[in-house]
Write a new protein. Structure first.
Length: 302
């Protein structure tokens, strides 16, 4: 039984007693810290690999992938300037698409990934975990695009990364925003809870606490990643009204092939309509700082 927060040690209280894993249909719960506000998935599986099977990995549409990478490179460039032979580490690099793009604009790159072979197949230097990344060379920039919520030990991961960064280096983190409008509206049906792969659930205050407790200061924040936010609205709405979760997302990403044709058709038609209707909601969440995604730029404190 979870009794205390893994980061601040505060007491935990039930937040969502039943959240279904859309891939396995297993039921989990989310507890929230009364102190720092960090959400914890319970129970935490000892072996997570079965939750990252072939059904989890899918393809992203080329346009949205290119747009996402371009925007992320823009975040980095706004703080760091050009790569110019400096070093960038991407923690949770997936297939290595972001690393390849960063390499193209001048960065020396390295990554980590639980399943490193796809990225290694592109000629990239990818370790299995942060603990395998050498202390030299020190990195000018570390990125964690939707990977911190998957880490078993947040504080040790962030502390290790601080040791890998140059004194004037930067850490960029993107996580689903559990304090955003769509999280509040859709609650346990929210797409981006994604238990048990997401072991932790952040809002702005809990992310700030985690970073500060590991020796970072936040420089800037953003409140939207368009692709994640848009589908966060439309797919979460579908999850509330359709009998099977994430069919629309699975079709778009090619993750699952076992849905019936009638289910795919109905979800695609309604999902497309809801996605169009979600555009004003994405804009409102961005304007009010309550989007589906929270992005932070942080620096290690001296």
């Amino acid at each position: 039984m979870i009794e205390n927060c893994a980061v601040c040690g505060g007491a935990l209280a039930p937040h969502f007693p039943e959240v279904r894993d859309p891939l396995t249909d297993e039921i989990f719960a989310i507890y929230k810290c009364k102190g720092c506000g960090l959400g914890h998935t319970f129970p935490r599986p000892q072996e997570l690999s079965k939750y990252y099977g072939l059904q989890y990995y899918g393809n992203r549409h080329g346009f949205t992938l290119r747009r996402s990478i371009k925007r992320r490179l823009g975040f980095v460039a706004s703080a760091m300037g050009s790569g110019s032979g400096r070093w960038l580490l991407d923690v949770g690099c997936g297939d290595g698409s972001f690393l390849l793009a960063a390499k193209d604009v001048g960065w020396n790159v390295m990554g980590t990934e639980m399943n490193p072979e796809p990225a290694r197949g592109s000629g990239l230097d990818v370790k299995v975990g942060v603990d395998q990344v050498p202390l030299e060379p020190q990195f000018d920039c570390v990125t964690m695009w939707h990977s911190l919520e998957h880490m078993r030990d947040i504080k040790s991961t962030l502390t290790r990364i601080a040791g890998l960064l140059q004194p004037d280096g930067r850490l960029f983190i993107a996580v689903p925003d559990n304090g955003g409008f769509q999280a509040k509206i859709f609650r346990h049906e929210w797409l981006h809870l994604d238990v048990p792969r997401h072991l932790y659930h952040f809002d702005a205050s809990s992310l700030r606490y985690c970073l500060q407790s590991a020796g970072y200061a936040i420089e800037r924040q953003w409140h939207q990643e368009f692709e994640y936010d848009l589908l966060g609205w439309s797919q979460s709405a579908l999850n509330c009204i359709m009998p099977y979760p994430n069919v629309f997302l699975d079709y778009l990403t090619g993750k699952r092939k076992d849905h019936s044709k009638s289910s795919i058709l109905s979800n695609f038609v309604l999902g497309s309509f809801l996605t169009f209707l979600s555009l004003p909601a994405v804009a409102a969440g961005t304007l009010w700082g309550r989007g589906g995604t929270l992005i932070a730029e942080a620096r290690p404190c001296p």
